[in-house]
Design a protein around this ligand. Structure first.
Ligand SMILES: *[C@@H]1O[C@H](CO)[C@@H](O)[C@H](O)[C@H]1NC(C)=O
Length: 327
């Protein structure tokens, strides 16, 4: 499997770092302000371009007008240079280039979907407020994009991996059904993240691989990752279910063998500097391991260690180099 299509929203993140989380109706001076491209699926894609430069990736996402500065900034964010503190600047490091030809442009808009993130230095927490005026992708738009991607693939039997952010569950569900109909060799993964969003369980039921977030699991009353996976496996046809649990790492459940594996970060000396996108990095690590066929036992460990490396650095640049990529 050489093709991966990622479907989900793209945000521009404005990150305000504050000494501590403010209380309501008070004033506080931020210690820094940064903007960067965000969104779960684009974050996952950015990490994947480092891990698997030869994987052919397509991004289906809604963007403002083609000519807007925001669109230029977002698309160029995938071809960043290595971070300034890169320990081995002499070694060229190949980064894959995603195919953006099936992105959806909202020509009447110049502003992207935006996230305003308050990051507390005291705890490392990130509190997120979103605003998105762009109309969501419709099933029709997805069908057009998906058919265009499939037309460009010579050996359709190779199969395509489709990863969906579980955004608008009804739309995503009809997109998944379309893929199943027109490309039966496809593998579908979905992310179940937003707490209390209706329809995510129905969506998970149709996927081959499901990624649950801790916040979703807790919103359903689960006390740990294994409880979530065992509880949810009953209503899903998925062959693999995964759940991250913050500093406790993540768990994987295979219904066929009824086994649950947990991997916690192997180091206990972790200095958290940036948790934004840690879950997206975990997903990138798992997709990489699953698509590139690394040994079964190593997959979960690799994804957890990758996400652990992520929280100890700003952003995603140079992430794959921080790890020994031998699996
Ligand atoms: C992107 O994919 C389309 C098919 O969906 C193909 O026609 C086009 O050449 C690709 N672009 C690049 C830069 O590879």
């Amino acid at each position: 499997m050489k093709y991966l299509v990622l479907v989900g929203a793209c945000y521009l993140d404005t990150i305000l770092t504050v000494p501590h989380f403010p209380s309501e109706d008070t004033k506080l001076r931020a210690t820094s302000l940064t903007t960067r491209r965000g969104g779960n699926v684009p974050n996952t894609l950015e990490v994947l371009t480092q891990l698997a430069p030869s994987l052919q990736t397509h991004l289906i996402t809604v963007l403002p007008s083609r000519s807007s500065p925001a669109t230029t900034q977002i698309l160029s964010s995938f071809s960043h240079s290595p971070p300034p503190d890169d320990p081995s600047p002499g070694t060229p490091h190949r980064i894959g280039t995603p195919n953006f030809s099936h992105c959806l442009y909202r020509e009447a808009h110049t502003s992207p979907a935006s996230s305003y993130i308050i990051r507390s230095s005291a705890t490392g927490s990130r509190t997120i407020v979103n605003h998105n005026a762009l109309e969501e992708m419709t099933t029709r738009e997805f069908v057009h994009a998906a058919d265009g991607i499939l037309d460009g693939i010579e050996h359709k039997g190779d199969g395509v991996w489709w990863h969906f952010e579980g955004r608008i569950p009804e739309t995503t569900l009809s997109c998944v059904r379309h893929v199943r109909r027109v490309a039966p060799a496809s593998i579908v993964s979905v992310e179940v993240e937003k707490p209390l969003r209706d329809g995510l369980r129905e969506l998970a039921a149709e996927a081959d691989v499901v990624f649950y977030s801790r916040s979703w699991a807790e919103s359903q009353g689960y006390a740990n990752a294994e409880a979530c996976l065992r509880g949810e496996a009953a209503s899903s046809k998925a062959s693999l279910l995964l759940c991250t649990w913050g500093s406790h790492g993540a768990s994987a459940f295979s219904p066929s063998t009824n086994t649950c594996t947990t991997h916690a970060p192997s180091s206990d000396d972790i200095k958290v500097v940036d948790t934004i996108g840690a879950g997206d990095t975990f997903i990138a690590g798992m997709l990489y391991s699953l698509i590139c066929h690394t040994p079964q036992a190593a997959k979960l460990r690799f994804a957890v260690e990758l996400a652990t490396a992520k929280v100890q650095r700003e952003g995603f640049a140079g992430l794959s180099r921080s790890l020994d990529l031998e699996l």
